[in-house]
Write a protein that binds this ligand. Sequence first.
Ligand code: ZN
Length: 175
Amino acid sequence: MARCSEPDCREPGEFRAPLTAGDFDGPGTWRWLCLDHVRAHNAHYNFFEGMSTDEIEAAQSPIAGWERSTRAFASSGADRGPAWSDFADPLDAISARFRPEARRQGVDRFTAKERQALSVLGLKDDADRTVLRKRYSELVRRYHPDRNGGDRTHEKRLVEVIDAYQLLKGSRAFA
Ligand SMILES: [Zn+2]
């Protein structure tokens, strides 16, 4: 067992104490103290104030911090993201979860250039990455000379489609 982390104390560090009051971010934010020093610590921070004996014991468990935040997260239901399995592409799940502001903005998602690119691809401004990619591969198939018996009639259109896709693919709205 490690020693109490108070300088010059030679007692065993049997008790966990948060480095800052109310710090439950997880392992690594604790130090180990002997009984005397954890008492002094608690007198300072009132960490255990208002806790029952069971709660104090639970707080001393090695995974106390994690347990607490996991439970808080699980019970907050309303803010849980969509399940990864609901999405064909996990990246879409990430963007749906973490970029809701981009989706809500709607009109402001795109620059004028990007809007033009959208219209080249025949997309509306509510298109997401999946729709963008699907539409792109449809149009490439439609306009590519190899798919049209070598007919190059649509070549200019194909170049426009590729340019539009390249622009949108790298845009913030589809990042
Ligand atoms: Zn000590």
